[in-house]
Design a binder for this molecule. Sequence first.
Ligand SMILES: Nc1ncnc2c1ncn2[C@@H]1O[C@H](COP(=O)(O)OP(=O)(O)OP(=O)(O)O)[C@@H](O)[C@H]1O
Ligand SMILES: Nc1nc2c(c(=O)[nH]1)N=C(CO)CN2
Ligand SMILES: [Mg+2]
Length: 213
Amino acid sequence: MDFATWEPIYKRILEDFGFDRVGDEKAAIFLSGMLIQENTVSLSELKTIISGKCVLVCGNAPGLRSDLSEINLSDFTVIAADGAAAVLMDMDIVPEVICTDLDGNSEADIEKEILACQKGSIVLIHAHGDNIDKLEKYVPRFRRFIATTQARPFDKVYNFGGFSDGDRCFFVATELGAKKIKLVGFDFEDNDVNPIKKKKLKWAKKLIGIYDF
Ligand SMILES: Nc1ncnc2c1ncn2[C@@H]1O[C@H](COP(=O)(O)OP(=O)(O)OP(=O)(O)O)[C@@H](O)[C@H]1O
Ligand SMILES: Nc1nc2c(c(=O)[nH]1)N=C(CO)CN2
Ligand SMILES: [Mg+2]
């Protein structure tokens, strides 16, 4: 999704959550400053593993494990949303791609993302106004990554569309030309979550629904 299309949606999301765009922009500049040639994954590398492929996008709903048990993973490029990466790693599955804002459910989950990166996952690290502390603490531990923002993209900081980790996975797959996208571990109606998460899930459902797959 180009930024001109995304921007009005982004403004509505900021308003709904009371988030600050300037904070998002500062975080993106901060993350951009952490990129060096050695730790930068090119967009073409990411495209190679997504374009024309069947992509499995894994959210972290409680049903993820059981959804996965019904899937032949070798049919798919696997993209994991933040905490879903830890679930996959616990099942000895290294996702090809991870989208994270490093605010996973626990420190242990972030360690599993760092391990996945060492084992070859391409990690898309997302900067926003509420994770600068996490970026500072953990980004140096990622061997290589792609930087993303929900604000205006610049230089090597990309915005493929989407807001929370799960819907950003879906937008990455869409933007980079996946042939087919299958979702597992998504339960938009889950009531066993806190009110902020509930709101994020409402937006995720709406954003993913923009695309007709
Ligand atoms: N019922 C659900 N509970 C939690 N996550 C879900 C659910 N259904 C789908 N997801 C997707 O899984 C993604 C990863 O969830 P998880 O709770 O592990 O990470 P998170 O870092 O807290 O997510 P976020 O930072 O996006 O709020 C979410 O961004 C969401 O899109
Ligand atoms: N400013 C801001 N942006 C976000 C946030 C957040 O907490 N604050 N959380 C997200 C996904 O969890 C995605 N984007
Ligand atoms: Mg997260």
